[in-house]
Ligand binder design. Structure first.
Ligand SMILES: NC(=O)c1ccc[n+]([C@@H]2O[C@H](COP(=O)([O-])OP(=O)(O)OC[C@H]3O[C@@H](n4cnc5c(N)ncnc54)[C@H](OP(=O)(O)O)[C@@H]3O)[C@@H](O)[C@H]2O)c1
Length: 332
């Protein structure tokens, strides 16, 4: 089957041919129709999980998918052949990813059915970004109506969903973005949008919230110091959360809870998101829809920034060549 993979850590992603996987006990084989891009994908290809989990090369990239059940493996199952499903694949070995024509998925993982009224393209945009946004509000930065939330990096995949979910709870969202995204962010529900290339974020937030905001969700800071600067905009008793594991409690002001958020994916979260997307309550902006073979260019683009919502890859089926690249397991 065709897939987009790297031959080694930090190698250039490329379209390759690898053997079609077979579902084991408790697994299904999904014929992928759409896969979605997350920064996590290129981070993993760079070696983010090296030493923490076994990898297989060529390392097929990607974790988010939507498609149809093609084969049901042995054992009990929630799904039958032909069911429309979507989810996030994150079990070892790393490298059996979703930028491919087929992927095997454990049926007891973050896997859910797609409601009839939801298209697979939209479903594919939801898993990582949507679950992250929903879980941040569930137990990372829990906010009441009328409270304020500063989102740094609000125009990307996670931020676009988080803005909507927070606004739906009547939380006042301050969206920090680069570029003139005011109209776009206002449509997603942001009360205020700050273009950080035009005005310093700190002084703008201080002017509007002299006592500090109730929470900050920082999706972009890559150092503890940069994160701490945003945490200083939070009132005592509030929460400063990073999705990039750069919260150092020693640098965050006393009284502000510092949270290094890590997603715990689940089928229940997926069900909730699919229901919201099916009714139109949740809209995930699609930045670009590209054929799978364009994934290498899209990944390079995402590394350099500029995401506005999600990039999805449409998987169109071609002829499998007779020679597929053999895959070599590698334990670390
Ligand atoms: N810990 C977890 O469980 C978890 C889960 C999901 C995601 N994440 C991580 O969270 C981060 C965000 O994910 P994502 O999917 O939302 O990424 P994304 O779709 O690539 O979006 C990132 C956004 O941040 C913006 N940005 C970058 N620097 C900025 C700055 N200084 N000020 C304002 N905006 C800025 C980018 O646009 P511009 O470049 O145009 O500014 C882009 O809109 C990634 O690092 C991802 O790996 C972690």
């Amino acid at each position: 089957m065709r897939a987009v993979a790297v031959a080694a850590f930090k190698a250039e992603p490329a379209l390759v041919h690898v053997p079609k996987p077979e579902p084991g006990a408790g697994e299904i084989l999904v014929k992928v129709e759409f896969a979605a891009l997350n920064p996590y994908d290129w981070k993993v290809a760079d070696g983010l999980l090296d030493g923490q989990a076994p990898h297989v090369f060529p390392l097929v990239m990607g974790v988010d998918f939507a498609g149809r059940v093609d084969v049901v493996g042995p054992g009990e199952h929630r799904f039958v052949v032909g069911d429309r499903v979507y989810g996030q694949v994150s079990r070892p070995p790393v490298g059996a990813g979703t930028y491919a024509e087929y992927v095997t998925v454990p049926q007891d993982s973050a896997l859910a059915g797609v409601p009839d009224t939801l298209d697979l393209r939209t479903a594919a945009t939801l898993p990582t970004s949507g679950m992250t946004a929903a879980q941040i509000l569930q137990n990372g930065a829990v906010l009441r109506p009328g409270q304020s939330l500063l989102i740094v990096g609000a125009a990307g995949g996670v931020g676009s969903v988080l803005t909507q979910l927070a606004a739906a709870r009547e939380v006042r969202v301050i969206a920090a973005v680069r570029g003139d995204e005011r109209e776009r962010m206002a449509k997603l529900g942001a009360a205020t949008t700050v273009d950080t290339t035009e005005e310093p974020l700190e002084s703008r937030v201080r002017a509007q919230y002299p006592e500090g905001v109730d929470a900050v969700v920082d999706l972009v800071s890559s150092t503890p110091d940069a994160f701490a600067a945003h945490a200083r905009l939070v009132r005592p008793g509030g929460t400063a959360l990073t999705t990039r594991y750069v919260a150092d409690p020693a640098l965050v002001p006393a009284g502000v809870e510092a949270v290094n958020f890590g997603l715990k994916a689940s089928a229940a979260l997926l069900d909730t998101l699919a229901a919201a997307a099916a009714t139109g309550d949740l809209k995930v902006p699609v930045d670009a829809e590209l054929p799978l073979e364009k994934a290498p260019q899209a990944l390079a683009q995402n590394r350099s920034g500029g995401a506005r919502g999600k990039t999805v890859f449409a998987v169109r089926f071609g002829n499998d060549p007779e020679t597929a690249v053999p895959r070599t397991p590698r334990s670390r």
